[in-house]
Design a protein around this ligand. Structure first.
Ligand code: FAD
Length: 390
């Protein structure tokens, strides 16, 4: 056996699993191996919005995320056709925005400094669980492990090998980086002051069967202030006629003076959580996007970090018992604070997007503000501190 635990993918979910294992079962550290196909710092398409729960989980691992270059959003707006509700926390920022090349590289360095081995530039091609071991075929040879963790993201090979025919719930997402000021092509835009430390979510695409939103976050690239724009569509209204995602984003950017055609546009799917999604087979566990991110927003960094906490506990207990069925893993995830927020977010998704009518969206984002804020506070945020202490 090469290792007890092979983790496929060194993104937030894989690194969190390893860091939590190091915390809960330090004796296993030399028996953990992460296989990552890229070399850090590697590009990952992501807006980089870190919620309070991501910060809580990192803090409890003894990590100081202030070490990663970031900008803060002090206000977050949830708008429908430019009017809606504003969320502000007088004591702290509402969202921390990082770049994923920097954040993931930092997290990988922290794992390395705690003795966790990461082999970079190794692409996993195939996974075969057997009753006695898991065989992992890569472009650089074959590995054998007691346990494999599929942390290889929305398009991961682990899930494709283990559940080739499982239903897939994926969102379409496009992203663009722009300067902070509008395009000179559009001349002076009346009233445009720059959005500064405001993060925007705009739900006007919903009545057009795009079950999601457009975002505009403050960010930085190599210390230079920038904006990160994008559009997210869960695809749950895919049965209806929909405009092109790109055109819908272009219209919104044009409204505030940005010409989408001047910037490079990139897309990547996000697999989102549904209670139907499978989470394990004997000897193989899934974490992060390989199970599913938040369906409402596609928020997945905090979720990935949370899955890592639960997977580590499951792995250390199974090694203690020498029993690798992982039969109860899904039940334990669903009952955890992470599982409860995921189920709540899945229910909310199937309310706020199918109720796509303009009048309902106006009611939701402009009239029902206290209800929306209370639901967000109770069901969407603040689950990180209710996770098991690592
Ligand atoms: C456009 C966009 C914007 C987003 N914005 C946000 C946001 O603002 N906030 C937020 O919380 N979430 C956001 N997300 C979601 C977030 O990026 C993901 O949920 C998160 O990255 C999931 O982490 P993960 O570790 O599960 O997977 P990933 O981050 O995808 O990591 C998987 C890792 O596995 C490696 N890998 C893949 N295949 C193999 C293989 N065969 N062999 C070896 N290694 C492999 C990859 O190189 C990668 O390093 C966004 C996603 C997109 C697409």
């Amino acid at each position: 056996m090469d290792k007890d635990v092979i983790i496929i993918g060194g993104g937030p979910s894989g690194l969190s699993t390893a860091l939590h294992l190091h915390r809960t079962a330090p004796h296993l550290t030399p028996r953990i191996l992460i296989l990552e196909k890229e070399h850090y710092p590697r590009f990952k398409l992501c807006a980089g919005g870190l919620t309070v729960d991501a910060e809580t989980i990192l803090e409890r691992l003894g990590l100081d995320v202030n070490e990663v270059p970031h900008v803060f959003a002090d206000n977050v707006r949830f708008d429908f056709e430019s009017k809606g509700l504003n969320i502000r926390n007088t004591k702290r920022h509402v969202l921390r925005v990082i770049r994923r090349d920097e954040f993931d590289h930092w997290l990988a360095k922290k794992a390395g400094s705690r003795g966790i081995e990461i082999r970079q530039g190794v692409t996993v091609k195939d996974i075969t669980p057997t009753p006695d071991e898991v065989i992992v075929e890569t472009d650089q040879g074959t590995y054998h492990a007691q346990i494999v963790v599929g942390a290889d993201g929305s398009n991961g090979v682990t899930r494709r090998c283990v559940f080739p025919n499982a239903p897939v719930y994926t969102a379409r997402v496009l992203e663009i980086l722009t300067p902070t000021q509008p395009s000179p092509n559009y001349g002076e835009i009346g009233g445009w002051q720059g959005r500064g430390r405001l993060a925007f979510f705009e739900f006007s695409p919903v009545p057009k069967n795009i079950a999601g939103y457009i975002w505009d976050f403050p960010t930085q690239v190599k210390g230079e202030p920038m904006r990160c724009w994008g559009i997210y569509d869960t695809n749950i209204l895919a049965y209806g006629k929909r405009p092109q995602l790109k055109d819908t984003l272009a219209d919104e950017m044009k409204r505030v003076g940005f010409d989408l055609n001047e910037y490079e546009i990139k897309g990547h799917p996000i697999r989102w959580f549904s209670p139907e999604n499978k989470m394990s087979v004997p000897r193989v566990l899934f974490v992060g996007d390989a199970v599913g991110a938040d369906p409402i927003f596609g928020e997945g960094i905090s979720i990935a970090l949370g899955y890592g906490n639960l997977a580590a506990r499951e792995i250390s207990e199974s090694i203690q018992r020498n029993e690798f069925s992982f039969r109860g893993f899904k039940r334990r995830v669903v009952r955890s604070a992470l599982g409860q927020t995921l189920i709540a977010r899945w229910v909310i998704t199937y309310i706020i997007y199918p109720m796509k009518w303009r009048w309902f969206q106006i009611l939701l984002w402009r009239v029902m503000k206290p209800v929306v804020i209370a639901v967000a506070w109770i069901f969407v945020l603040n689950w990180g501190k209710r996770m098991p202490t690592p």
